[in-house]
Design a protein around this ligand. Sequence first.
Ligand SMILES: *[C@@H]1O[C@H](CO)[C@@H](O)[C@H](O)[C@H]1NC(C)=O
Ligand SMILES: *[C@@H]1O[C@H](CO)[C@@H](O)[C@H](O)[C@H]1NC(C)=O
Ligand SMILES: *[C@@H]1O[C@H](CO)[C@@H](O)[C@H](O)[C@H]1NC(C)=O
Ligand SMILES: *[C@@H]1O[C@H](CO)[C@@H](O)[C@H](O)[C@H]1NC(C)=O
Ligand SMILES: *[C@@H]1O[C@H](CO)[C@@H](O)[C@H](O)[C@H]1NC(C)=O
Ligand SMILES: *[C@@H]1O[C@H](CO)[C@@H](O)[C@H](O)[C@H]1NC(C)=O
Length: 328
Amino acid sequence: MLPCSAALVALLAALPSFVLPAAADSSSKRGLVHTPNETTRADDTIWVQKPTDLTWYYNYKPEPESAFQDIPQSEFEFVPMLWGAPASLDDTSFLSTVRSLIEDKKINITHVLSFNEPDGPFAYGGSNMEPADAAQVWVKNMIPLQQMGIRVGLPACTGGPGGIPWLQNFLSECSKLVSTGDKTQNCTYDFVTIHWYGNFEGLASHMGQYSATFPNKTMWITEYNIDNQDLQTTQAFFNMSADYFDRLDFVERYSYFGAFRSDVSNVGPNGAMLSADGNLTDIGAWYLGRQATGVQPSQGESWGFRSAVPHASVALLSAWLIMLLVGV
Ligand SMILES: *[C@@H]1O[C@H](CO)[C@@H](O)[C@H](O)[C@H]1NC(C)=O
Ligand SMILES: *[C@@H]1O[C@H](CO)[C@@H](O)[C@H](O)[C@H]1NC(C)=O
Ligand SMILES: *[C@@H]1O[C@H](CO)[C@@H](O)[C@H](O)[C@H]1NC(C)=O
Ligand SMILES: *[C@@H]1O[C@H](CO)[C@@H](O)[C@H](O)[C@H]1NC(C)=O
Ligand SMILES: *[C@@H]1O[C@H](CO)[C@@H](O)[C@H](O)[C@H]1NC(C)=O
Ligand SMILES: *[C@@H]1O[C@H](CO)[C@@H](O)[C@H](O)[C@H]1NC(C)=O
């Protein structure tokens, strides 16, 4: 096992916080999971205004964002993603799109990401794929890219218990497709890709499971957050995980799932890097390598108290308001 053992987690948890370097320290591993909202496209520029630590991005798509097209690939690397199954499993449009980015648009594509949460249902943003189908799409699209020298990531499963078994089935199906007669061959990949929603101990343990299952592979954490927690807990999680990723050599890159406004966040308002009125929160500023802004996630929200109090209290307060209104 790589250094994600329970002992290390315990050690980290026991360390007084002043021993840990500040999360605002710059990091070259950080990237943007771009999840724009059409009503607030002006927010796109926030992530690339200098100073920013962000060196790469993905948008769940094969093609780059027009908002970032003037920034050189060497400064802000676009990483294409093959999100899920095309209508036909023999479709090679991902391959041709990436080829065209390289050959026609002269964009130096060096990494690609594969399927987004293939072990998860569409309803939760998963690409809901059978391992055998995914293997077929992989062979048609990813292997030719690998032959061009592009580094590819293993599919990014959910943080649920079905993720690793899905990947093992996928690799075994893929091996069947590339093996001939009595010559067994394996599909290869360059790094594993992880999603995690939950606390720090869970994250570290999840990473440890991947390290044990896929030894000697580097890791990208392409979606992570602690969802629906109070601000203090969320900030502590942010600091601890960013620090952990920065220190581990086998973590190549990471991207915090939070590049949106708090009022449209699906991980709870405190995990968002922008307040309701589009200003960087502390976490947003720290992620870019800047000083805290002191902006509350709820800033600009009409029901501003919402993110400051736990949900249970909101429910109680609402019940109380209703009682007040109906005059019970
Ligand atoms: C985009 O923002 C609008 C306005 O805040 C909101 O109503 C809508 O739900 C958001 N869309 C998504 C996909 O989050
Ligand atoms: C493409 O990017 C890689 C990695 O940054 C670099 O090593 C390589 O020289 C670049 N190639 C071109 C043609 O710019
Ligand atoms: C293929 O992968 C399997 C499972 O990880 C491994 O046991 C086997 O040695 C590999 N075969 C080759 C030819 O690399
Ligand atoms: C890990 O990979 C590196 C480079 O690919 C190789 O030199 C090394 O022997 C591998 N280590 C193990 C434990 O497999
Ligand atoms: C997170 O780190 C910042 C500085 O990098 C620090 O000011 C803040 O107190 C930390 N917060 C928690 C909850 O650890
Ligand atoms: C940021 O906050 C200021 C007030 O502090 C507000 O005037 C502004 O509209 C907010 N939004 C943006 C996108 O700057």
